[in-house]
Write a protein that binds this ligand. Structure first.
Ligand code: HEC
Length: 126
């Protein structure tokens, strides 16, 4: 009886670990891979910031909800990028408040990659 239980436990663990492995999104859905071509502020980055950050950091809301940080105006956004806080905050790295505020989860991995690509290309106002 004990051996059967152990075998069952073994199988369960094996399946459990395998399903973790296969939960990698890009392996499950290769056709929806993260597209990093033609990344510009207006085409790909702004929609992400709009959806994820404007509730608190838009021109309208930053005073009351966004800790006085406005990421809608390009010069202000660029300043947050240049001081390193923007990327650190969305990657939940040490030294800054993790963003979006109140969420323990990172935003989508592809969204982070798109933002990193835009920054790597110079964080232009394009
Ligand atoms: C629910 C409101 C809310 C949302 C959504 C939000 N923030 Fe914030 N953010 C704040 C507040 C409030 C602060 C002020 C610092 C604090 O209270 O942690 C802040 C601070 C920051 C800072 C400065 C962090 C530091 O430690 O100096 C950055 C950069 C930032 N936010 C970027 C973002 C980005 C990028 C997003 C979207 C991915 C985002 N925030 C979404 C409320 C929010």
């Amino acid at each position: 009886m004990k051996t059967i239980k152990n075998i069952l436990l073994g199988i369960t663990l094996l399946i459990g670990f395998q399903s973790c492995y296969y939960d990698i999104e890009e392996q499950l859905y290769p056709s929806t891979g993260c597209n990093l071509t033609g990344v510009t502020l207006s085409s790909k980055v702004k929609p992400i910031i709009q959806a994820r950050c404007y509730t608190c950091h838009s021109l309208q809301n930053y005073n009351s909800l966004g800790g006085n940080i406005n990421v809608e105006t390009y010069s202000n956004l660029k300043a947050e990028v240049d001081n390193g806080k923007f990327l650190k905050s969305i990657k939940h790295e040490a030294g800054v408040s993790p963003m979006p505020k109140g969420s323990s989860q990172l935003i989508d991995a592809c969204e982070i990659k798109i933002i990193e690509e835009w920054i790597a290309l110079g964080a232009l106002d394009n």
